[in-house]
Design a protein around this ligand. Structure first.
Ligand SMILES: [Zn+2]
Length: 158
């Protein structure tokens, strides 16, 4: 785990599995207003990890912003499946989603970002703008989401 502090902002890069051993859970976050987690190197989360994670998010100050950047798809699934996985002041700012080539079935991972590919509901309803022009690097055919779009973006409506 790497941390970088700048005033009331802390950036934390997580690595490996989220489990009982994750050092994030021992970090004192009381004094920060902006907590940015980079999840790109997270591999998976086990059931103890989920429990500890939820206890940890309860310690995030209610006036602080918590953002999750570059979430692996497994984490997005947890956000959608596990009630209370993310507190109200938290956002998924980007995540890596699986796409599949229509022709050669080659799998691609595409990063989807808030304000580019999706927007949280605010004054307007949440909306999606999935990449439609991305072509397969092997055969140039069109890529399709290899996930159920409505379910995956369920977190926007919470
Ligand atoms: Zn292809």
């Amino acid at each position: 785990m790497n941390t970088k502090v700048n005033g009331s902002t802390i950036e934390i890069s997580l690595e490996g599995p989220i489990s009982e051993k994750t050092s994030l859970f021992e970090l004192n976050i009381q004094n920060y207003k902006d907590i940015k987690l980079n999840m790109s190197k997270v591999t998976f989360i086990n059931s103890i990890g989920v429990k500890n994670w939820i206890m940890w998010t309860c310690r995030v100050p209610t006036d602080a912003k918590l953002s999750l950047d570059e979430c692996p798809f497994v984490i997005v699934n947890q956000v959608n499946i596990v009630q209370g996985f993310l507190p109200k002041n938290a956002r998924v700012t980007s995540f890596n989603a699986p796409f599949l080539c229509e022709d050669c079935s080659h799998e691609h991972v595409i990063k989807l970002s808030e304000n580019v590919h999706y927007n949280y509901a605010g004054e307007q309803e949440s909306k999606l703008n999935l990449p439609s022009e991305i072509k397969c690097s092997k055969c140039s055919a069109k890529l399709e989401p290899d996930f159920i779009v409505d379910k995956t973006f369920g977190f926007l409506k919470k």
